[in-house]
Design a protein around this ligand. Sequence first.
Ligand code: PMP
Length: 307
Amino acid sequence: MGKSLAFFEGKIIPVEDAKVGIMTHALHYGTGVFEGIRGNWNQEKNSIIVFRLREHYDRMNRGCKILNIELPYSTDDLIDITTELIQKCGYKEDIYIRPLAYKSEEKVANLKLHELASDFALMIVPFGNYIDNEKSIKCQTSSWRRPDDSMMPTGVKLSGLYTTSILAKTEAIMAGFDEAILLNHDGSVSEGSGENLFMVIDNEIITPAETENCLLGITRDCVFEIAKNDMNLNVSSRKIHRSEIYLSDEIFLTGTAAHITSVGSLDNRKIGNNDVGPITKELQSIYFKAVRGNNDKYQKWCTEVSI
Ligand code: PMP
């Protein structure tokens, strides 16, 4: 149970009343920046645990800077608006929180960001599993390439950038796979359609470097920290060749929606023993406690909103 509400044009209103006009700039040109944040229901605490809320708004603000979007809200205001909306919606289940900062001006055929008005909207939907994390998934190397940062900024969640992810995910699903892995224009590995990628070789965890056009993922950052603090393992980041991932012991994907998901096969080649590998499993168990507010060490990542 819960109410479908949105923060729209400065007010909390029923989501069905939160409507933009057909001339809205962002609808035509993808001139928006969004975030995907999870709120996880904790029955004992009667609370929603919002995971890494501030870091998500920090990333959104970096995207706003690039798109010349100036919002009348500070990060603290955005956090307060989010907390209030979660309480007013009142969901007692896992939720997905979608902030969107966008060029709201109802004007087409104007490509000058600095002339266009911006706005901020926030929506919340109940959200269970995005991918089944209990098992390993089947991935396909996409025929679509991850855009290079010189074509479109890739480290932040620009709406327009997602056309590539959507083409890749659709292609993979229609071919019978669960997820797509995108390469860069030079053939090195970038990331999944909505997840960062990690490989494990001889107990070493390796992920594409920040210069490999991947999103600067918040779950990716959690893996760096958990591996170091709890498993005494260093994560290195560098350029990864396609053939290296075929030959790795484990591959896993990370993302707010996907959590930490094991990859059992890539292009129909088995990875490791086709099952969730031991390092992936350990990371998952620590991470799943943290996201629900049940890991004392990582309370710093949690914003508790009582319902
Ligand atoms: N890459 C892409 C393209 C994504 O959409 C996401 C999901 N936000 C990620 C990686 C993972 O980022 P995060 O862990 O911050 O959700």
